[in-house]
Design a binder for this molecule. Structure first.
Ligand code: C5J
Length: 226
């Protein structure tokens, strides 16, 4: 491959996002059955899980594209140890869900590592060589080894998809931004139970000259390789 074939230039907001794909990772946040499928944690919180299903096909296209270009791929799962030792009571007790974290639901114990509902959905299953991160918080960097993994591989730029836009995706992007990564969020590959929160998040990421990062369409990424 020539030097230029690693270059990616994406028409984005608030301006052109440029990276070298050898130093870039795709990060797919929490594309888990617990959030996306009926009967999961998302629904127990009173949400319409079908809102998130809209991101699945675009995220699958983005994943195929990243793999085709030999990019590092990171998959995260919001999950807790079976004894819930990494789940603060404040998180477990919040709100009025019909099932709390650790309770038995239709897909096993809610948000517990290794349970069927905690798995990444079939359409986006990780393959050998890809990084899988179990994270107890909303952000992918809190209490995980993600930063070290990325540093060891000299990753400087991150392309994000996943759910939910305004919670775990945005938190992870803010954490990444504070650690010095340039971050791009692909609009169709992310979703929220609340479409207006997704829209607001896209706007706040790119505001003020890209205070958190960049946003773009899926098409812009797929066309971006020079
Ligand atoms: C939430 C997430 N919304 N992955 N988790 O609790 O955004």
């Amino acid at each position: 491959m020539s030097e230029s074939s690693h270059a990616l230039r994406v028409q984005a907001q608030p301006g052109m996002f440029r990276c070298d794909m050898r130093n870039t990772a795709l990060v797919l946040i929490d594309m888990q059955r617990d959030f996306i499928e009926p009967g999961g944690f998302g629904e127990t919180l009173g949400n319409d899980a079908s809102q998130l299903a809209q991101a699945v096909e675009p995220a699958a296209r983005l994943l195929r594209w990243a793999r085709a270009h030999g990019m590092l791929v990171v998959h995260t799962r919001e999950s807790h140890a079976p004894d819930l030792s990494d789940c603060p009571p404040a998180k477990r007790c919040r709100g009025e869900p019909s099932l709390r974290i650790g309770d038995m639901g239709p897909m096993g114990r809610v948000l517990v590592r290794g349970e069927p509902g905690n798995a990444i959905i079939d359409a986006l299953q990780p393959i050998a060589g890809e990084v899988e991160i179990d994270k107890p918080g909303k952000g992918a960097f809190y209490a995980t080894g993600l930063h070290d993994i990325l540093q060891r591989r000299a990753v400087t730029h991150l392309i994000f998809g996943g759910v939910t836009t305004e919670v775990c995706v945005q938190t992870s992007m803010r954490e990444a931004n504070d650690r010095g990564y340039d971050c791009l969020l692909v609009e169709e590959a992310t979703a929220s139970y609340f479409p207006h929160f997704k829209q607001a998040t896209l706007e706040m990421i790119a505001a003020q000259g890209g205070i958190v990062g960049w946003t773009c369409t899926l098409d812009a990424v797929l066309r971006g390789v020079s």
